[in-house]
Design a protein around this ligand. Structure first.
Ligand code: SAH
Length: 397
């Protein structure tokens, strides 16, 4: 057993169940751990604290268990089953309505470094730590037990996310496939809407499951509106808007592949091609040329502008500029759904950027709602850093 001993008084965060040990908190390591090895963490006075995956870097140990007994063979199945039970309890497996969700959201499900997205029988794994990357075989076995015959495939898409230092061979591919299953793409149901998900070609695991509730909110307010969906990816918000009775939807994304999927998703849901137009363009440039008052519902869901703290200031300026452009163009009495998925930009900072944008435009702007990530992207109460998606619903006159 490899034992990691902390410096004096550095055990407090673990006693509060925070799931990370920073390298600066470590006094010594007994043994010579390889990256991804299971290690036991002890306080300076020798008391047991937790078990976790070791890794070279600023976060040196990601905690898997606070139980004194080491995680055993049944650990993965138990943890994944708990995650599954919660999604079912939230109504995310409902025939004719929903068959896709995030099954594992890292720390939010007690499994730091692991993402598993479920697309009607296909599980797509992304490991963000060496430990999870090395455990993928066991994770795959546990998924097979949990889903049984409903499981079609388990695909590992960690080449862009797992840290490379360990010298592991990182090639995306299927860990398991049901006999006869040969697709890299399939249709899923989200809130009664149909979407095509392609996990090999698409961004992240293929679909942005985190906007489910906010798409439904757009659907509820879309009736009779002219909608502009900026940074639309495969058109999630566009489909809900049309379903909600929008008169017309324009969707904009800079990715050609995403725009092709938007067209297919619009068709799949039975909407007339004349009710929708797709633009493969830079959203900011597109917005610059939008006539004032053309749209009375806008969705602004850009990629993360800040991926780390150092980029925070520039990101806040970018959010302000983008939101000012949207607020200045939306028709009087219009709605703007605006989002940020940058983890380092917290709710308050984002609201301040949007406030500055509104002030800059000099229009009357009211906040009607505050939006979040949905239940299948849970936040571990001891790890508030897990909160990343935030949005505001604005009413602009
Ligand atoms: N709203 C989407 C998710 C958006 S993810 C959904 O509900 O699924 C962010 C998207 O922004 C990606 O699809 C990416 O291709 C696109 N993007 C990034 N930079 C862009 C730019 N400058 N102009 C337009 N789209 C951009």
């Amino acid at each position: 057993m490899i034992k990691v001993t902390l410096k004096p008084r550095r055990e407090d965060s673990l006693l509060r169940f925070h799931p990370w040990v920073f390298s600066g908190a470590i006094a010594r390591i007994d043994g010579n751990p390889a990256e991804g090895d299971l290690v036991a963490v002890h306080s300076a006075d020798g008391g047991f604290l937790a078990w976790g995956h070791y890794q070279i870097g600023s976060i040196a140990v990601r905690i898997l268990s606070f139980d004194e007994n080491p995680p055993e063979a049944g650990f993965w199945e138990e943890m994944l089953r708990r995650a599954y039970r919660m999604r079912v309890a939230c109504g995310l497996e409902k025939e004719g309505w929903s068959n896709c969700y995030r099954l594992v959201h890292g720390e939010g499900d007690g499994l730091p470094g692991l993402i598993v997205d479920y697309y009607d029988g296909v599980c797509v794994l992304q490991s963000h730590s060496v430990g999870m990357f090395r455990a993928k075989g066991e994770i795959c076995e546990a998924l097979r037990k949990i889903y049984g015959p409903a499981l079609k495939a388990v695909y590992d898409k960690s080449s862009g996310t797992a840290p490379f230092k360990a010298g592991l061979e990182l090639v995306d591919g299927y860990l398991w496939k049901a006999y006869g299953f040969s697709d890299d793409e399939q249709q899923v149901l989200e809130g009664g809407c149909r979407f095509l998900v392609n996990w090999t070609e698409g961004q992240k695991t293929g679909f942005f499951l985190d906007q489910r509730d906010n798409r439904a909110a757009v659907g509820r307010l879309a009736k009779g509106r002219n909608v502009l969906n900026l940074f639309c990816y495969t058109g999630g918000f566009s489909v809900y808007a049309l379903k909600g009775g929008a008169v017309h939807v324009d969707s904009v994304d800079s990715s050609r592949k995403a725009m092709d999927m938007v067209e297919r998703n619009i068709g799949l849901n039975g909407f007339d091609a004349s009710s929708h137009e797709g633009f493969c363009a830079d959203a900011i440039e597109f917005l610059r040329d939008v006539p004032e008052g053309k749209y009375d519902l806008m969705i602004v869901d850009p990629p993360a502008f800040a991926k780390h703290r150092g980029a925070l200031k520039n990101a806040l300026r970018a959010y302000q500029r983008l939101n000012a452009a949207a607020i200045s163009k939306v028709a009087p009495g219009g709605f703007v759904f605006t989002f940020s998925c940058s983890q380092v930009v917290d709710k308050e900072a984002f609201a301040l950027a949007v406030f500055s944008a509104a002030a800059q435009c000099g229009r009357s702007v009211r906040i009607l709602d505050r939006m979040n990530q949905p239940c299948d992207h849970p936040v571990n109460i001891y790890h508030p850093e897990g909160e990343y998606l935030k949005g505001l619903l604005l009413y602009v006159e």
